[in-house]
Design a protein around this ligand. Sequence first.
Ligand code: A3P
Length: 292
Amino acid sequence: MDNTEDYIFKFQGYNFQRSLLNLELINNLDDFEIRDDDVFIVTYPKSGTIWTQHILTLIYFEKYRNRTENMTVNYRTPYFEYKKTKIDFLNRPSPRLFCSHLPYYLVPKGLKSKKAKIIYIYRNPKDVLISYYHFSNFFSGFEPSQSIECFIERFLDGKVVGSLWFDHIRGWYEHRHDFNILFVMYEEMKKDLRSSVQKISRFLEKELSEEDLDAVVNQATFENMKTNPLVNHDAIAKCYIGIRTDGSVLRKGTIGDWKNHLTVEQNERFDRIFQKRMKDFPLKFIWDMDEN
Ligand code: A3P
């Protein structure tokens, strides 16, 4: 039986997660007033959102970096369209940091003034798929799948929160000239976190001293995020979404885990669809830890 509608709210052709959605906000997206110094992290789910939320929060908030405050990453860099916190966005002091899974065509029109900044994080879709499969079985706000095969079908049909991965990345990339946007690859962050943090901070015009850069890089490693309660919010997540099994958003944090899950046939099928849909797409992807 298909329970998709229990979990997904379809709005203007895009699939939102139902239980956390801020309906009032998405009904008035066009009018949401954007400030010049707003920063949005945009991702397709499971592409490194929380990692980038943490990095931006470390860059912007000294007390978060020094661990002298107890504000969680979701408070400092909240989801835009989902109500995980009760933050009053309109009265929030600048600079406002947000993260979002919105497709390019639904974002507030003010982002097209090209002053506010967008960082788009993308990840090879086989690892996205595997990460998403585990996540959906873990969190009760998402539709579980009995097998990877069932999830592959839903993922390739776009019957998941975030809709079709191909549409999300293509849409943002093809409309990049409408926005002040930086594209950053998850795998690039994994392979060279320091350079990636520098690239991000330069784009944000927040150049870091060597000491601060060290502090950001050190705290943004997978191992250190796992032991930091301000970012590893599995305990909080259990309360606001609920969980079905043991697990973690910070699961493996690696490149190429798809090889441990996909059969040869599933992998070849995925490749065929990827090649068809991403033909002529200029961004490159990294599928393996050893690949450059
Ligand atoms: P895995 O499930 O493959 O481990 P999102 O935040 O968009 O939901 O993405 C979650 C994915 O990003 C998870 O992937 C998680 O482990 C990974 N991730 C989070 N922080 C990371 C880090 N510091 N280094 C590498 N991967 C990280």
